[in-house]
Design a protein around this ligand. Structure first.
Ligand SMILES: Nc1ncnc2c1ncn2[C@@H]1O[C@H](COP(=O)(O)OP(=O)(O)OP(=O)(O)O)[C@@H](O)[C@H]1O
Ligand SMILES: [Mg+2]
Length: 328
């Protein structure tokens, strides 16, 4: 079997500010393999971006990694020195953010920003970098790349800026791309084009992509595997087709229950009554209990269940009382 290129193990991260403490992720584990798109899906605040940032070690100062590892080719990224990290970040593992405009420097022209990415990692002169930058802009499907190279971010649309960001992220052919809601700031047609571009990268270069989204429609269309997060925990994980057909966790079931069509562009997550917990303390029991229709005594007595594959299932779930009912 294809070895994982990124292997996240038992990752627990807490944010501590003067006003709040948030246990943003608890014991998160998953594997990302070459040429695979793994989606992390979950409601706002479930810890998706925290996981994505941890992989590139881009967490802000108020974040503490309480436990866990992010293994990349057998090395734990979380314990590397800045010096050891530099050749990896941006070059071998790259990130694409939700807001492409904010990711670009407003006062530097696009061509220089792409060229800067090249000169900071590869030993080439400024002139050569500029020529390659124009080619990169052409490769991501931007028409008239010479003109774009001379433009500033405010002169481009959101979709064009996101293409530039993809160009920068993929310029050095990274093995891993973490894409955090890369299309949620864009309108639907542009969304489809950007997703298509990511899919092509995976197919042509075998790039492994961690695609963070709150949209199960995107998951259904793009991902091979999916990890569902709820209140900082992965509650279900497996092959996309299996999970969409027969979700096991009551949360996933509730989310997917009223999806009109999983392959449709207008699949909206169902509103589940109640709210996710505040996450101000580590969870003693399963955090979904207050919203769960299948609670049993064991759920209130035991610690949150860990992910495991029930004997008759094809994927993993963290639940004492999974749902055995397919959706169709
Ligand atoms: N810098 C921070 N300081 C304090 N708390 C934070 C910080 N960043 C995130 N959090 C909290 O950590 C939790 C997880 O946040 P995170 O951004 O990882 O969620 P998310 O799943 O990416 O949400 P969204 O879908 O809204 O992007 C949330 O409760 C959030 O308020
Ligand atoms: Mg986020």
């Amino acid at each position: 079997m294809n070895e994982p290129i990124v292997s996240v193990r038992d990752l627990s991260i807490r944010y501590r500010t003067r006003e709040t403490v948030t246990y943003a992720t608890e014991n998160v584990s998953f594997d990302l393999r070459r040429g695979e798109i793994l989606s992390i899906v979950g409601e706002s605040g479930s810890g998706k971006s925290t996981v994505g940032m941890a992989i590139l070690r881009l967490l802000p100062g108020e974040a503490d990694v309480l436990s866990g590892e992010v293994n990349f080719e057998g090395r734990n990224i979380l314990s590397l020195t800045e010096h050891e990290l530099r050749p990896l970040r941006g070059r071998r593992i790259a990130m694409i953010f939700q807001d492409p405009v904010a990711g670009l420097n407003p006062v530097i022209d696009i061509g220089s920003q792409v060229a800067e990415m090249l000169t900071s990692h590869v030993n080439i002169g400024k002139k050569e970098a500029r020529i390659q930058a124009v080619q990169i802009l052409r490769d991501v499907g931007l028409r008239d790349p010479e003109r774009i190279a001379k433009s500033y971010p405010f002169q481009l649309s959101g979709g064009m800026c996101q293409r530039v960001m993809i160009g920068i992220a993929t310029a050095l052919n990274p093995e891993v791309i973490v894409a955090d809601e890369p299309t949620s700031a864009l309108d639907v047609t542009i969304q489809a084009q950007i997703l298509h571009q990511l899919d092509q990268l995976r197919q042509e270069r075998g790039t492994a992509i961690l695609l963070i989204t709150h949209d199960f429609g995107v998951v259904a269309q793009m991902a091979d595997h999916v990890a569902v997060m709820y209140a900082g925990r992965v509650v279900e994980s497996g092959n996309v087709r299996d999970m969409l057909k027969a979700p096991l966790h009551p949360y996933t079931h509730a989310l997917l229950g009223t999806l009109p069509r999983v392959d449709g562009a207008h699949s909206h997550l169902r509103q589940i009554p109640g709210h996710p917990p505040e996450m101000t303390e580590p969870s003693v029991h399963c955090p979904f209990i207050p919203r769960c229709s299948k609670v049993m005594n064991v759920c209130r007595q035991e610690p949150p269940p860990s992910l495991s594959r029930p004997r008759t299932a094809t994927h993993e779930v963290a639940c004492y009382n999974p749902v055995w009912q397919s959706l169709d």
